[in-house]
Each structure stands twice: as structure tokens, then as C-alpha cells.
Design a protein around this ligand. Structure first.
Ligand code: UDP
Length: 446
């Protein structure tokens, strides 16, 4: 029986479940137990009604003490969950063993849940962590000691060219708490800083990306440090993408609204599931969209709508649509969308790349800085907002550059080339297909 353990971070459980679904399909005789919290399991069970019989779900505590109400920061939840590990994880495993009467043969876990290594050690079985954020950001954690030694107090534009594969990255792109820690270090950041010593103990480290698109020096470096480094491609979308669903099946009305717009004219705006931009940035985005005159579709959570400038929704009703949730993949695949204004979350960036849509990136935390930098300086399929913060004039400039000027055409050409590379990488001859087979063999044998 293979155990799958995950962190309660918003998009991680869904990504990991997609990997387990692929594995369960490829190894139908192997039993999988998927261990999460109620908070992470419930939405998965609703969104994926057809779970095969060889995957069973188990819920463990989220580590939040009775009576404690967590604040708004997602890291607090992760800290509380990690604090309750590994005993909490062991409870989940005991539950699965009692229920299935099977022996645990391998522990596969979200790489954020490092205490799962202790559980694998206790059970004397292989440990296979999965790195869900953007690939190269792993180096920021593996090299934390060196980065702290060289870059504490360095300016934001200092290049990280002393780390293999990160020659385009800068100090300002690093995930928070790698250097220049201002407050007390969280348990989460201490855990991530230990990855350099912990990951070499893994039987394999699984990457949620394509080797063909990563800097070769990064791949080479990871291969020299880790026992086995496997890429399994995008786990949230499969390539080639399916045709768009009929617009009248989309209850949000986004697709039928897009049908009425001109090709390549619409700015689609979304900040993913976790980020809440500060109020002045919501206002800046609204002002830039309104002043630009470009049609826009904005996925904005209901509780943030009150922050929009007075009268904005009424004044822009003719060329704008604001929804609480958009079917993002088909939206990005719609011919009317010309640019994606994104928080640079890795799934959003993958989805945009897969649909050849240039991006305007406003990185917020974690891997966003690295993905934004890849978009602008490595793949050249978009740009970051000036100063990494939304302001009206800066966003207006980016929108015009991409939707009207030559620069935008150049980005679209690059995006087309990248998409072809992606299709090859995700095809039967790509590394992801080979590495996935290696993973299937590994978990089936153990
Ligand atoms: N998403 C969506 N509709 C929305 C907002 C987000 O479908 O209105 C999906 C999006 O397609 C992506 C995920 O939510 O798959 C967000 O993941 P990402 O890694 O970009 O950001 P996170 O939410 O983890 O910060």
C-alpha cells in the first residue's frame, strides 16, 4: 500500500491527487491511501466524484488547537499542521492500515511535509517527496545557507548566478524567509531550509514540471545531489488540452461573454485561490483596466468587490465582467483573451503557457518571484509589473505593450514556440512519460 501525505496548502492537495490518480490508473493492483485534513479532502471528493476503488481517503487533524481561530496568513495553518507532525501523520497511517489490512510499502508526500520522512524511516519504507511549487524554486531552499551567507543585506537586484541554473534570478525573486528574515523564523521556513540535508535521503524527488523547460544546469545540479530526480509534467492539466466546452454549459457566463469580444483583445485578471492583494492594489488594477478601455474579465473574490472604486462596476459594465470564479483553463484557451494579469502562481502560469497567452506578472510570495522571472527573462512570454506592485500607470503601460505594441507580438511568437516545446515534452517521447513510468515501477516494486 502506498501512502500519500499532504500539506493543507490550498492548491497542493489537488495537484497531489492528480498524481495519485495517474498512478492508481497505471498500477490498478496497488492500493493507495490519501491522507489529508477534512479541510483539504472534502473539496477534492466533491470535485472528483469518480475516484477509483484503489484510492481511499483518510482525514487527520489540521493541528489547530481547540478554540484557536487562525489568522488570515496561510503559513499559520501550515505551521500548526507541521507542529502536529509526525504523530498526526502516523495516526492517518494507522487508520489506513487498520482499514485496509495492508502493509505500507512506500510513503509519498508533499515535499513541504518533511516530517513524513520520519514516518517512512519508522516504517522502513522508501520516501518519495513531490515538489509542487515551481521547479527551480527548490534550489532557493536547498541553497538557503549559502544564500544567507552571500545575500543577507544584498540589494534586490543582486543576481543569484552563483547557484547552478539561477543566473537570471535575483535576490528580490527569492521566496520570503530565505534571506533577510525580518520577523521570527516560522516553523515552515525552518522546515524548508532543511530540504538540502533531507531530500538526499529520498528514494526519488518528483517534480511537477517538464525537464525540457527547466534550466539544464539546475537539472544537472539536482541530479548530482539527489538519488533520483523525476519529472512527471504538469499535474493540474494534461496536454494537449481538450477542446473548449460549449459556451452555454459554462454557468459563470464567462465563455459566452468572451464569445462577444474581439480576438486577442481581452485582459483576463486573476490572483489565484490564496492571494489577497492589498486594497490600494485592487484600486490600481481597477483604475488601469478602466482607463485602458480594453475589455476585461476579472476573477475577483466576492469579499474583495467592496474595495473597487465607487461606480466602477456600473461604468465598466459595457466592456468588463467581474466574477467570483472563472473557468480559468477554458478562459485562457478562448481566442478573445490577449493577456493574463496573474499573481504568478505556478498553475496559472502553466495554464497560460499551455494556451499561448502572454502574461503580466505581479509576484506575491513563495515561488511567484521565480515564475515571474522565468516568464519575463527566460521564456520571454510576458513581463513583471514595475516595482513588483500594481500601480495604475505601470499596469496601463504593460497592458498596452502586450495588447497593442510590437513587444506583444514578439511575446506571442515566443509563446507559440514554447507551446510546441511543451507539447513535445508532454508527448509520448517526452521525459515526463519516461520518468512517470520509472515512478510507477518504483512504487509498484517497493
Ligand atoms: N482558478 C480558477 N478560476 C479562478 C481562479 C483560479 O480556475 O477564478 C484556478 C486556476 O486555474 C489554477 C488555480 O486555481 O489552476 C490556482 O493555482 P495557482 O497555482 O495559480 O495559484 P494558487 O491558488 O495556488 O496561489
Amino acid at each position: 500500500m502506498l501512502q500519500c501525505l499532504l500539506s493543507p496548502l490550498e492548491s497542493h492537495p489537488a495537484t497531489l491527487l492528480n498524481l495519485v490518480l495517474k498512478l492508481a490508473n497505471a498500477a490498478p493492483n496497488l492500493q493507495f491511501s490519501f491522507i489529508g485534513t477534512d479541510h483539504s479532502n472534502k473539496p477534492l471528493l466533491i470535485s472528483k466524484p469518480h475516484i477509483p476503488d484503489n484510492i481511499k481517503f483518510y482525514s487527520i487533524s489540521d493541528g489547530i488547537p481547540e478554540g484557536h481561530v487562525p489568522g488570515g496568513h496561510p503559513v499559520e495553518r501550515v505551521d500548526l499542521f507541521l507542529k502536529a507532525c509526525p504523530e498526526n501523520l502516523q495516526k492517518g497511517i494507522d487508520m489506513a492500515v487498520t482499514d485496509t489490512k495492508e502493509r505500507v510499502t512506500c510513503v509519498m508526500a508533499d515535499a513541504f511535509v518533511i516530517p513524513s520522512l520520519i514516518v517512512a524511516h519508522r516504517l522502513n519504507v522508501p520516501w518519495v517527496p513531490v515538489w509542487i511549487p515551481f521547479s527551480c524554486s527548490l534550489s532557493a531552499h536547498i541553497y538557503t545557507d549559502l544564500l544567507r551567507h552571500k545575500c543577507n543585506h544584498a540589494t534586490g537586484d543582486t543576481l543569484l548566478d552563483f547557484i547552478p541554473g539561477l543566473s537570471k534570478m535575483r535576490v528580490e525573486d527569492l521566496p520570503e524567509d530565505v534571506v533577510n528574515i525580518v520577523e521570527e523564523e516560522t516553523l515552515f521556513s525552518k522546515t524548508l531550509a532543511s530540504l538540502g540535508s533531507v531530500l538526499p535521503q529520498a528514494k526519488a524527488v518528483v517534480m511537477h514540471f517538464f525537464e525540457e523547460l527547466d534550466p539544464p544546469l539546475f537539472v544537472h545540479d539536482m541530479r548530482s545531489k539527489l538519488n533520483c530526480f523525476l519529472y512527471v509534467g504538469f499535474l493540474t492539466i494534461s496536454l494537449p488540452l481538450p477542446p473548449l466546452p460549449p459556451s452555454d454549459t459554462d454557468g459563470t457566463g464567462c465563455l459566452s461573454w468572451l464569445d462577444k469580444q474581439k480576438g486577442g483583445s481581452v485582459a483576463y485578471v486573476s490572483f489565484g485561490t490564496v492571494v489577497t492583494p492589498p486594497p490600494h492594489e485592487i484600486v490600481a488594477v481597477a483604475e488601469a483596466l478602466e482607463a485602458s478601455g480594453f475589455p476585461f474579465l476579472w476573477s475577483l473574490k466576492d469579499h474583495l468587490k467592496g474595495l473597487l472604486p465607487r461606480g466602477f462596476l456600473e461604468r465598466t459594465r459595457g466592456n468588463g465582467k467581474v466574477v467570483a470564479w472563472a473557468p480559468q483553463v477554458p478562459v485562457l484557451g478562448h481566442a478573445s483573451v490577449g493577456v493574463f494579469v496573474t499573481h504568478s502562481g505556478c498553475n496559472s502560469v502553466f495554464e497560460s503557457m499551455s494556451n499561448e497567452v502572454p502574461m503580466i506578472c505581479r509576484p506575491f510570495f513563495g515561488d511567484h518571484g521565480f515564475t515571474g522571472r522565468m516568464v519575463e527573462d527566460v521564456w520571454e512570454i510576458g513581463m513583471r509589473v514595475e516595482g513588483r506592485v500594481f500601480n495604475k500607470d505601470g499596469l496601463l503601460k504593460c497592458l498596452r505593450l502586450i495588447l497593442v505594441e510590437e513587444e506583444g507580438k514578439r511575446m506571442r511568437t515566443n509563446a507559440e514556440k514554447l507551446k510546441r516545446k511543451l507539447l513535445d515534452a508532454g508527448g509520448p517521447q517526452g521525459k515526463a512519460a519516461q520518468d512517470f513510468n520509472t515512478l510507477v515501477e518504483m512504487v509498484s516494486k517497493s
